[in-house]
Design a protein around this ligand. Structure first.
Ligand code: ZN
Length: 285
């Protein structure tokens, strides 16, 4: 029996990437508007292991939004506004090392931003529709991912006999094109692990809203410089994702069940105090 007051609230958010367009069977669809416009799609709220979950397909239900057109600010704001404080962000990536072949699950601990034209802060001095003006705020992103969320995701994968790669650097490119071989070899030479198109500014914006954010990257292909074939195609990405989507869903379910219960303000990780008590000038939802 769904408590109707509860039906439009959630504590954990899942932002599904390419190939993960639905997540829960019994959902309440909630349309949320934000001061930044509409999120990619309605939120789909339901329950996993007694936890309230909000699912948001990052590219929209029909995958109509390319990575550079996603309204990342609206997406994270919308999740927070229904009560979400912990976010799991699965996404498809290319592997930058031969050993990270298709089907590898890597839970990164670092991020490199190589995007070019994305709004990546809430604190840009532009007034919101309610007249409030965001102050200048500089959050720390030294450790871009929630340590609690990472540990929970790793444990969930191991519990499903899917040995994950613990740590590594996700480099995020603007897209929507894939990398040239030279770019790909350069990324690999830096020691970076996987390349994607959506991990930034998602993680940075989550930190600004004091949300816990955990990235789970599923390798769908070896990036151009790490292989000798034709280079990656979007079809290949979707095929590999489809082949792994059931076990990824299982890992996400177990991660949701494993995340510590964290009533607002009681999380122990760095994410919860990202603003350090500063007045951001705008009221977080
Ligand atoms: Zn956290």
């Amino acid at each position: 029996m769904v408590n109707t007051a509860n039906a439009t609230r959630a504590e954990i958010g899942v932002i599904g990437g390419s190939g993960l367009y639905s997540f829960l069977d019994r959902v309440t669809e909630v349309q949320v508007d934000t001061p930044y416009g509409a999120p990619s799609e309605s939120l789909f709220l339901g329950e996993v292991a007694g936890r309230r979950v909000a699912f948001l397909p990052r590219h929209g239900r029909g995958h109509h939004l390319p990575p550079h057109r996603i309204n990342y600010r609206a997406n994270l704001w919308a999740l927070r506004s229904v009560g979400v404080r912990q976010v799991l962000g699965p996404c498809a990536v290319g592997g930058l090392r031969a050993e990270y072949g298709p089907g590898t699950l890597l839970v990164p601990d670092q991020l490199v931003d190589r995007t070019k034209a994305r709004t990546q802060t809430y604190f840009d001095g532009v007034p919101l529709p309610d007249g409030s003006v965001p102050h200048v705020v500089h959050v720390s992103l030294a450790d871009p991912y929630c340590p609690v969320g990472r540990a929970t995701a790793l444990q969930a994968a191991r519990g499903r006999d899917w040995e994950p790669v613990d740590g590594g650097t996700l480099v995020v490119v603007e897209g929507p094109r894939f990398s040239t071989r030279a770019e790909s070899r350069w990324h690999a030479a830096q020691g970076w692990s996987v390349v994607g198109m959506t991990g930034h500014p998602e993680a940075a914006l989550a930190r600004e809203l004091e949300l816990c954010y955990t990235s789970l990257t599923l390798v769908t292909d070896l990036d151009a410089g790490a292989e000798t074939g034709e280079g990656v195609s979007h079809e290949q990405v979707l095929q590999v994702f489809a082949a792994n989507v059931d076990r990824l869903r299982g890992v996400l379910f177990d991660a949701i069940a494993g995340l510590p219960v964290a009533p607002d303000g009681e999380r122990e990780c760095l994410c919860a105090g990202a603003l350090g008590g500063m007045d951001p000038g705008i009221r977080l939802p």
